[in-house]
Design a protein around this ligand. Structure first.
Ligand SMILES: [Zn+2]
Length: 176
C-alpha cells in the first residue's frame, strides 16, 4: 500500500525531529546512573590533570573552577522531571542532596532546601562578582556546587535555597 502524501510529510518531520533530538544528547546533561556511587571514605584529593581526565570539560569548569551553568538549560529541564532519587557529587560520588529536599524555586537551577547529608556539604563566604554570597562545596572533594540563599520567603521547612549546578550532580533514581 502506498503512503498518502500527508503521511509521507509527517514521516519526514518525524525524522528531522529525531535527528534534532540526537544532537541534544551531546549537550552537557546531568549524569544518571542506576547504581549509587561508593561514598568516599575520606577527603578526595586529585591534581588538576587527574580531574580533567575524570570530568567532562563542563563538569571541570563548574566543579573545579567555580563556574556556573546557563540557567533553564537542558540539565534543569531534565532535573525538573526526575522523580525520587539521590543526587551525588559528579566528582567524587558523595551523597549531597535528594528528591526529598528538592523544590521548584523557578530560578532556573536545581534547588534544594537542605542537603541530604549535611556533613558532605560545606559553605563559605564568596565575595566574587561584586556580591556577598555563600558558596556551597562538596566536603569530600572541595568541588564547587553553587550558592545558598536564605530568607527569600519560600514555603519550605528551612527557607533556604541551595542553588546548585546540575552538571556537577549525578542522579541515582530510587529503586522501586
Ligand atoms: Zn565531591
Amino acid at each position: 500500500m502506498l503512503m498518502s502524501r500527508p503521511c509521507f510529510f509527517l514521516a519526514l518531520i518525524g525524522l528531522s525531529l529525531a535527528s534534532c533530538h540526537a544532537g541534544d544528547d551531546k549537550k552537557p546533561v546531568m549524569e544518571t546512573s542506576a547504581e549509587k556511587p561508593a561514598e568516599p571514605a575520606g577527603k578526595v584529593v586529585k591534581t588538576d590533570e587527574e580531574w580533567k581526565k575524570l570530568l567532562t570539560p563542563e563538569q571541570y569548569r563548574i566543579l573545579r573552577q567555580a563556574g556556573t551553568e546557563a540557567p533553564n538549560g537542558a540539565v534543569y529541564k531534565e532535573f525538573k522531571h526526575q522523580g525520587k532519587g539521590t543526587y551525588h557529587c559528579a566528582g567524587c560520588g558523595a551523597l549531597l542532596f535528594s528528591s526529598n529536599e528538592k523544590f521548584d524555586s523557578g530560578c532556573g537551577w536545581p534547588s534544594f532546601y537542605d542537603p541530604a547529608k549535611a556533613e558532605n556539604v560545606t559553605t563559605k563566604k564568596d565575595l566574587s562578582m561584586g556580591m556577598v554570597r555563600v558558596e556551597v562545596n562538596c566536603a569530600k572533594c572541595g568541588g564547587h556546587l553553587g550558592h545558598v540563599f536564605e530568607g527569600e520567603g519560600f514555603k519550605t521547612p528551612t527557607d533556604k535555597r541551595y542553588c546548585i549546578n546540575g552538571v556537577g550532580l549525578k542522579f541515582v533514581p530510587a529503586k522501586e
